[in-house]
Design a protein around this ligand. Structure first.
Ligand code: GLN
Length: 474
């Protein structure tokens, strides 16, 4: 048995039946990581992982003596996007400015994983401050796609997606601001869930755009996505935007649902092979008894433009804290202003600088109304359109990305081409909705393609039920 192939449930059973220990599992993954040439990790937290595995094994042994179960994630090795704080470990956010920054506390999601006894193998690669769609903006090199190493793994959580796809971790946590969980999940052929805004605490996630950021899982199947989501979600007093979801026990089946297919998401520009694969899943849903309804979300056309005003605006505010004094890199200089200028000038990469400048411009007096306020109005229109859609249908099906994984370097020098990678993942994000990327098939070249399942607010359960049912027929 290859230990690193196991999903969470069989790994849990194996631990329970003493077929292997958490230390065995952890060592198997560490070995995989050591041999990998994907560059999915920025740092490997080997000491932490082994200590946690030993503790998990002790807890498992004790639970047997005391005659009770142990948590599902106890002893299960995972990886964490390097934008989420793990106390005592480096957290770079993919940036030179935080190259040697040590996290002083645990993010809430990490606290929750540690309480369950999960094992943290390391911190995964990300575009700098999670800005990007390919991890090419990481200061620590690009992550390669395990399905074709000449191609990107997607981004910004490319390291998380690649390492789960390549069995270098059982599951991973990433973050999604405009597509950073779903798009790399789609490119690497794994399940990626972007929860509803507020479903998971953002405390301890290095901020990109605070009104959009959300943490979520990368897993090998839908069942695991549910296990990890259940473990990390819930209200947290340290994040005022987090909420306690209602417990909904209903079970959803495809045959009882109306599935909306937004026609704007199949417009020109979508790769014909991607369209074919997605249409095929829609047909499978129809065969299973769903009612398929074509709908229209006309404002989605403006979502990208709207996002690239709101997102840089929030970035320009959030990244102001990296001033060469409080965190990370500090360049010596004659006076305070020069410390700021030199530290930021040397520490930030070009995408971060581009967005700081764009955002500062959008928020400046005289332009605020024309750009930021206008974008907020468009955001509201987009939100209303989705709300209307969910009066007619239960879920939306569409592609995650207009194309499969692209070649390393193909879009790196063209920010507009890169931004277009998020054309189908951004609109629902502006409305704060949850979405999942489900592996739906592969192109002739063997590149994975993800189906995006979008639900109404806090309907992760419905999305997961349907994804699980579809997973069986794909
Ligand atoms: N690719 C998008 C961006 O660059 C989304 C990134 C993300 O979701 N973190 O903004």
């Amino acid at each position: 048995m290859e230990l690193t192939n196991l999903t969470i449930k069989p790994a849990h059973e194996g631990l329970k039946n003493k077929e292997f220990t958490s230390v065995d599992l952890t060592k198997a993954y560490l070995e995989k990581i050591r041999k990998s040439d994907l560059n999915s990790f920025i740092s490997v937290t080997e000491n932490l992982a082994l200590a946690q595995a030993i503790r998990a094994d002790a807890r498992i042994a004790l639970s047997e003596v005391e005659g009770h179960d142990f948590p599902e994630l106890c002893g299960i090795p995972c990886s964490i996007k390097d934008a989420i704080l793990v106390e005592g470990e480096k957290c770079t956010a993919g940036s030179k400015i935080l190259e040697n920054y040590i996290a002083p506390y645990d993010a809430t999601v990490i606290k929750k994983l540690k309480e369950q006894g999960a094992v943290i193998l390391g911190k995964t690669n990300t575009d700098e401050f999670t800005m990007g769609s390919s991890t090419e903006n990481s200061a620590f090199g690009v992550t390669k796609n395990p399905h074709d190493k000449t191609r990107v793994a997607g981004g910004s959580s490319g390291g998380s997606a690649a390492c789960v796809a390549a069995n270098e971790a059982c599951f991973s946590l990433g973050s999604d601001t405009g597509g950073s969980i779903r798009q790399p999940a789609s490119f690497c052929g794994v399940v990626g869930l972007c929860p509803t805004y507020g479903a998971v605490s953002r405390y301890g996630l290095i901020a990109h755009a605070s009104s959009l950021d959300q943490i979520g899982p990368f897993t090998k199947n839908v069942e695991d996505a549910r296990i990890v989501f259940d473990a990390i979600s819930g209200r947290d007093s340290l994040d005022a935007t987090s909420v306690e979801p209602e417990i909904r026990n209903s079970k959803f089946e495809i045959r009882n649902l109306r599935i909306g297919v937004p026609k704007e998401y199949f417009s020109k520009g979508v790769d014909p092979e991607v369209e074919k694969i997605i249409r095929n899943v829609i047909k499978k849903a129809k065969d299973a008894g769903a009612e398929i309804v074509e709908i229209s979300l006309p404002s989605s056309e403006y979502a990208l433009a709207c996002y690239f005003v709101i997102d840089p605006s929030e970035i320009s505010a959030n990244l102001a804290r990296f001033d060469g004094i409080k965190y990370g890199l500090s360049e010596p200089a004659e006076n305070l202003l020069d410390v700021y200028l030199k530290s930021r000038g040397r520490g930030f990469g070009s995408e971060a600088k581009r967005r700081i400048m764009l955002g500062t411009y959008c928020l400046s007096s005289g332009y605020y109304d024309a750009y930021y306020k206008k974008a907020q109005e468009v955001r509201e229109l987009i939100r209303q359109e989705f709300a209307e859609a969910f009066k007619k249908v239960d879920l939306l099906f569409c592609p995650v990305s207009p194309f499969p994984a692209f070649k390393i370097g193909e879009k790196a020098d063209d920010p507009m081409a890169m931004y277009l990678a998020d054309i189908y993942t951004i609109p629902m994000k502006l409305a704060g909705l949850p979405g999942l990327s489900l592996p739906a098939g592969k192109t002739n070249e063997g590149l994975p393609v993800g189906l995006q399942i979008i639900g109404n607010h806090f309907e992760e359960n419905k999305i997961l039920d349907i994804a699980q049912e579809l997973e069986k027929v794909l």
